[in-house]
Write a protein that binds this ligand. Structure first.
Ligand SMILES: *Cc1c(COP(=O)(O)O)cnc(C)c1O
Length: 521
């Protein structure tokens, strides 16, 4: 599969090189052409006996076709196993027999795809347990003896998932930048207590967009490029700009469909919707690619919090980042510049890299761009967009607990609130909450992207009356445990006794030097 820079069609890489490189020098993201994806369309009927790993293999063979079968199997086995994914602890009645890292359970008349059973209790584990495997495999087969330096900006969850995935991985070093006040206490603790000889963590004085801008700037900085060459270092990225992050996320959309058919919840061919709590647009873009590959998906519902840039864009065609960034209780979605949207624009404009380059130039210069109705209508064929305010998110957590006996985290709640908005606005929606088209009921799957334990304090505040501010974070975990009866994820319980290793806070201007020091080490 040839991968093109979204900003320059002459910049082409094979998958292994694109995974190593992360971001193209021109600032573009590596992406297949639209028609090259569609050429691999499958008939979902033939996939019904697939378990998660079989579907993963199918997807990886399409997009990473310069990996051998044995390499792919090895990557899958090292990432998707019971050490990393604690899926047996789920409540009994919902358990399915097969090992599935993304089990589907009911919420009301719709479904939750539980993506938070990995080592850091958020969905980013699905991609970040396997990205280091892809990267080291790609790297080894190049026979190079360079060191890969992973720079990662995080709004909270990517950081820890990347630190965990790359911990002590041979020939790699990793630095994570998180915004000083943009992440939850537990997220901060998770990162500050990271283990591994090759990891470092920096709190950057700024917001997530500053972290992301910093990383992009460092990649394209000439002084740093020169230093890297002199020191035998290549820079790469664990952010969702890396194609190695995006592709593993396609798998669970397909597998969820297969599981729903096999559980007799839908009939083969029935269309379903996915509701995705969105920040950088990576997760939902993976859903779009699953649709292009032949998964019967009707709408991808793009759910935002108060930072509703994407809601405005999908409804009006105007992307405008010139607005205040609100700090919310769903911090992983507090983003104004959604990087992966660039890949959608590339794919739906017919791989028009010059056009995309123009839009991104305008975003850089003026903070906004506008697309024509023709392209906007293509986007609307596949996507609808809603946002939920902080109050709506809180109320949704309370309602889901009281009415549906489910405890959902603050990000999942944004998505669930948006699903309810979609259902009430859809013509023909019936009392059961599913959308009716004639005789056909269309169920929706909400991507549940984090364990409620990861945001225990905010979740508790929504569902219990006692004074949550009076107790510490670990008491919050215990209290939530009393209510949910589900076990506290091991990685979160363990934070209590772990040593804090990283307390560095730096201003934007100081970060480049920090990186230079690491390159020269
Ligand atoms: C990262 C994240 C999101 C947003 O995913 P994108 O791929 O950035 O759109 C949503 N929820 C949680 C819990 C996350 O960590």
């Amino acid at each position: 599969m040839k991968l093109y820079s979204t900003r320059n069609l002459n910049e082409i890489k094979n998958p292994k090189d694109a995974i190593i490189k992360g971001l193209s020098d021109d600032g573009g993201l590596y992406c297949p052409k639209f028609e090259d994806i569609v050429a691999h369309k499958f008939d979902i009927k033939n996939l019904l006996s697939n378990d998660y790993k079989a579907t993963a293999k199918l997807v990886f063979k399409i997009f990473f076709d310069d990996f051998t079968d044995a390499e792919i199997d090895n990557c899958i086995n090292l990432a998707y196993n019971k050490n990393n994914f604690d899926v047996d602890s789920r409540r009994g009645e919902h358990c399915e027999p097969a090992f599935n890292i993304a089990p589907v359970t009911k919420i009301g008349d719709n479904y939750l795809m539980e993506l938070y059973h990995g080592p850091t209790s958020a969905f980013k584990d699905v991609a970040l347990t396997i990205l280091p495997q892809f990267l080291t495999t790609a790297y080894k087969s190049k026979g190079q003896n360079k060191k890969v330096y992973i720079l990662t900006a995080t709004s909270g969850d990517t950081g820890k998932a990347a630190l965990s995935g790359f911990k002590d991985v041979e020939n790699t070093i990793i630095t994570v930048f998180y915004p000083t006040d943009g992440v939850s206490n537990i997220q901060k603790l998770q990162m500050q207590t990271s283990e591994g000889k090759n990891v470092s963590v920096v709190a950057l004085k700024g917001d997530f967009d500053d972290c992301q801008r910093l990383v992009k700037e460092i990649y394209t900085d000439n002084e740093i490029k020169k230093l890297c060459e002199e020191n035998n270092v290549v820079l790469s990225s664990a952010n969702s700009i890396n194609i190695g992050r995006l592709v593993p996320q396609i798998v669970y959309y397909i597998q969820t469909y297969i599981d729903l058919v096999n559980a007799n919840n839908i009939k083969i061919g029935d269309k379903i919707n996915f509701v995705v709590p969105t920040g950088n647009f990576g997760d939902i873009l993976a859903g779009f690619i699953a649709k292009l590959l032949g998964t019967p998906i009707d709408k991808l519902i793009c759910a935002s919090n108060d930072n509703n840039v994407l809601t405005d864009f999908i409804n009006t065609g105007i992307y405008n980042e010139k607005r205040e960034l609100y700090k919310t209780i769903s911090p992983s979605m507090d983003i104004l510049v959604s990087s992966n949207l660039e890949r959608l624009l590339f794919l739906l404009s017919g791989n028009d890299a010059d056009f995309v380059n123009g839009l991104m130039g305008s975003l850089n210069k003026t903070g906004e761009y506008k697309i024509e109705d023709n392209l906007l209508n293509k986007i609307k064929e596949h996507f609808v967009a809603y946002y939920a305010t902080q109050d709506e998110c809180k109320k949704t957590i309370k309602d889901a607990f009281e009415n549906e006996k489910r405890i959902i985290d603050t990000h999942t709640a944004v998505a669930y609130a948006c699903l309810k908005k979609y259902l009430t606005s859809s013509i023909g929606s019936n009392a059961c909450g599913a959308i009716c088209r004639g005789e056909h009921c269309e169920p929706s799957v909400v991507l549940s992207t984090a364990s409620p334990y990861k945001f225990a304090r905010d979740v508790l505040k929504c569902i219990c009356d006692s004074d949550v501010d009076a107790i510490d974070d670990f008491e919050c975990l215990d209290k939530l445990n009393e209510l949910t009866k589900e076990p506290i994820p091991k990685n979160l319980a363990a934070l209590k006794t772990k040593e804090k290793r990283f307390g560095t806070t730096l201003a934007y201007e100081e970060c480049k030097n920090f990186v230079i020091n690491n390159i020269e080490k």
